[in-house]
Design a protein around this ligand. Structure first.
Ligand code: GLA
Length: 732
């Protein structure tokens, strides 16, 4: 290379890496979003491109945010867009975009420049920053919204895309958030699964290129993959160390999260609705609002990140998150479809005998022309089956009231069986390709919730149940099928189908909640096929999995616990698994307790144990539901799991300990260090939930200082004779 050429190249590099930086620094403006511990800093310069500069611990002096950019000596950012806060496509962008549009004139380019921003203090804890970006050429606006929760260190991020052109604009990609993180390595913790295998975890470093987590299932969208994940910076974060971003997309349909490690070694995360087979057509002056990406950053490991999300969820998202929940007896595994009024009346008495709050009548109570005696028919025909229930639901609700328990019922209102009166009467309400063979998931099809008439029908199912039975106290809302042959007889534009379906679902749930704001509802989807924070706005709890084998549940509940608080997690004691009744009950107590067993078949001691367990649970549930959670031992890293909940006054804690390995001689050889207690307080440690006739090997009621319990710990003495141990810790 001739010398003058070489000089040119070097000068060029210096320009881009050094001088230009200085210039930008001089003219750049920062918009920091500060929460208790962190700051997410957005920045724009004279080019008005909005970038994400920083997400980390907040600085004492906000003026220093402007210096951050100059510390990076990365390669040339050719487009100046690699860390854009919302990356457009079709203009200079070279990487994965957050938004792609087709303008009304067919042009596919978009450029977005900062126009203005506004910060609203919604209350002392919550702020909302709205930043308006605009294309200098076309009348397309994007407003980026960042709702920040000071004490919880949580941000909800979403976008509103506005078409101010004169004609229709098509959105081909329309992400909720576009984050840029900077580190030398990124570790993604992600989940996959299937029926009864929810929340299987994998954690690995991200390499250059794009990794995608997504769903194309339409309904039951999380069957293979949930929209929750975490990314650690540098190395995989542990419970108490490391920097970790924990995030979850609040969306109940197809989602997509792109993780792009770019040529500058930055990680770009683009999360939102999946644009697979979908676009959004915006008429002139119409807006589209994306769902929210909810995230928190912790520089102190995964424990803090989880507690941030739990606190945020209970206070701001989960329906009645700070409220109470009902313990229950469910009849699904006890009877399946085989029951009648008399049998159910017996179960109502069993509910009372067990000491739980509510009886939940599961699948099988409806359908007359086609009685629901198996999962091959009747979905859609929501009239009580006259053979099984000659006096309808009302008599059962009355009987429950007489017994002093509450009554709840299972519905699967989004679905239709091909063998049903509903299908015969309204074939056009069914999602299917008119010219193709039907393909079933669990022998059923999905109703077309894009159609307002179908929305009315689904609302009516619930409204009728409540109107006819005002004392009805609980709903289990199931959703067992995915969408095959996605096609709506109602929609003109099939590209709108997936997005409109979820909009339709939310419309129905909105209507139900405006009329019945507080009735507890369980979000179920053939197990954990729909566990997301947007749905949990309408539901008080979710069903993590049909797999209730307690060993499996320890692992699943542990992973769910990263993202969702215990009060939202329904756990039932069933006959799955080989473990003792005590083991099964202890595991179910680590959340919202229920039973799905034949109470009348219980041996006397077993019944006594369950009754005592319900009482113990009632005494501790406030701490489990509303306390701070600390994971103490990861079942994937050793032979046991330990998890604790500490109430806000730090006067009570409950510690769940389980052996997850039954090899010879396995047990807790060392004490387990507790967390979150008050070092100054004295605590009494007591083993509870003992099976009748057994004694604790710990000696009851030893007292230790919080200091000791957190520095040295307590040994629950887990071993093959004591595979599950519950400890209650109370301040003296
Ligand atoms: C799904 C649910 C179960 C049960 C059955 C009833 O599989 O996850 O809990 O309600 O449906 O058919």
């Amino acid at each position: 290379m001739p010398t003058h050429h070489f000089k040119h190249v070097v000068l060029g590099l210096l320009m881009t890496q050094g001088l230009v930086h200085l210039e930008i620094q001089a003219q750049s403006k920062q918009i920091p979003i500060e929460t208790r511990s962190n700051a997410l800093v957005l920045e724009y310069d004279s080019t008005k491109t909005l970038k994400m500069r920083y997400y980390g611990e907040k600085l004492n002096d906000a003026k220093e945010y402007s210096t951050i950019a100059s510390g990076y000596r990365q390669l040339t950012d050719y487009s100046g867009l690699s860390d854009a806060a919302y990356t457009p496509s079709g203009s200079k962008n070279l990487l994965e975009p957050a938004i792609s549009v087709v303008h009304s004139d067919g042009n596919r380019s978009l450029d977005l420049r900062y126009e203005k921003h506004e910060v609203k203090n919604l209350d002392a804890n919550v702020k909302q920053l709205d930043i308006t970006l605009k294309d200098p050429v076309y009348d397309i606006y994007v407003v980026l919204h960042y709702k920040s929760f000071l004490n919880e260190d949580v941000i909800e991020q979403w976008a509103t895309i506005q078409n101010k052109e004169k004609k229709v604009v098509t959105l081909e990609k329309f992400a909720s958030a576009n984050l840029t993180l900077r580190s030398n390595a990124y570790w993604l913790r992600q989940y996959h699964g299937d029926w009864a295998k929810e929340m299987q975890v994998e954690e690995a470093p991200l390499t250059h290129g794009i990794k995608v987590l997504d769903s194309k299932l339409g309904t039951r969208a999380n069957l293979f993959q949930p929209p929750s994940f975490m990314v650690s910076l540098g190395k995989a974060a542990s419970e108490d160390e490391g920097t970790v971003l924990m995030a979850s997309l609040g969306y109940s349909g197809n989602f997509k999260v792109d993780f792009e490690v770019d040529y500058l070694n930055n990680l770009r995360i683009i999360a939102g609705i999946n644009n697979y087979a979908s676009n959004v057509k915006l008429a002139s002056n119409q807006d589209f609002t994306t769902p929210k990406l909810i995230y928190t950053l912790s520089t102190k490991g995964k424990g803090t990140a989880s507690r941030n999300l739990h606190n945020w969820a209970r206070k701001y998202q989960l329906l009645d998150g700070n409220g109470e929940r009902l313990t229950l007896l469910n009849n699904w595994e006890a009877t399946y479809f085989d029951f009648n009024e008399q049998k159910l009346k017996g179960l109502l008495q069993d509910t009372k005998k067990l000491g739980v709050d509510l009886f939940l009548l599961d699948d099988g109570w409806f359908g007359n022309k086609y009685p629901r005696n198996s999962d091959h028919s009747s979905l859609g025909d929501w009239q009580p089956n006259r053979t099984k229930l000659p006096n309808g639901i009302a008599t059962l609700v009355e009987e429950a009231t007489k017994q002093g328990v509450k009554f709840g019922i299972w519905v699967e209102p989004e679905m239709v069986s091909p063998k049903s009166e509903l299908y015969e009467q309204h074939p056009d309400w069914v999602v299917k390709q008119p010219q193709r063979e039907e393909h079933y998931f669990r022998n059923q099809l999905v109703l077309d919730l894009t159609n307002p008439k179908v929305q009315d029908f689904v609302f009516q199912i619930l409204d009728d149940l409540f109107t006819k039975n005002p004392a009805l106290a609980y709903i289990k809302w199931d959703c067992n099928a995915v969408i095959y042959n996605a096609h709506s007889a109602f929609l003109k534009d099939q590209g709108a189908f997936y997005v409109s379906y979820v909009e339709g679902l939310y419309k129905v749930l909105e209507r139900i909640r405006s009329k019945y704001p507080k009735v507890p509802m369980m979000l179920c989807s053939g197990g954990g096929g729909r566990v997301d924070y947007a749905a949990l706005r309408y539901f008080t709890e979710f069903w993590p999995s049909d797999n209730t084998d307690p060993l499996e549940r320890i692992f699943m509940q542990y992973e769910y616990s990263y993202f969702f608080p215990a009060i939202s997690t329904s756990n039932h004691v069933t006959d799955w698994g080989k473990q003792s009744l005590k083991f099964r009950t202890d595991v179910a107590m680590m959340g919202k307790l229920g039973f799905d067993i034949v109470v009348s078949h219980l041996k006397e001691q077993d019944l006594l144990f369950c009754q005592q367990a319900v009482k113990d649970y009632d005494a501790l549930k406030g701490t489990i539901w509303h306390g701070e959670q600390y994971r103490l031992a990861d079942p994937r890293e050793g032979d046991f799991a330990a998890l604790s909940y500490v109430n806000s006054q730090k006067t009570e804690a409950v510690i769940f300990n389980y052996l997850v390995n039954n090899r010879y001689g396995i047990g807790t050889t060392d004490p387990i260090r507790l967390k979150g207690l008050d070092a100054q307080k004295q605590y009494r440690v007591e083993e509870i939930n003992l099976y009748p006739g057994t004694k604790s090997s710990l000696g009851q009621g030893q007292t230790y200082s919080g200091d000791y319990l957190m520095k040295v710990g307590v040994n629950p003495d887990l071993n093959s004779n004591r595979p599950s141990v519950l400890l209650k810790i109370s301040a003296r």
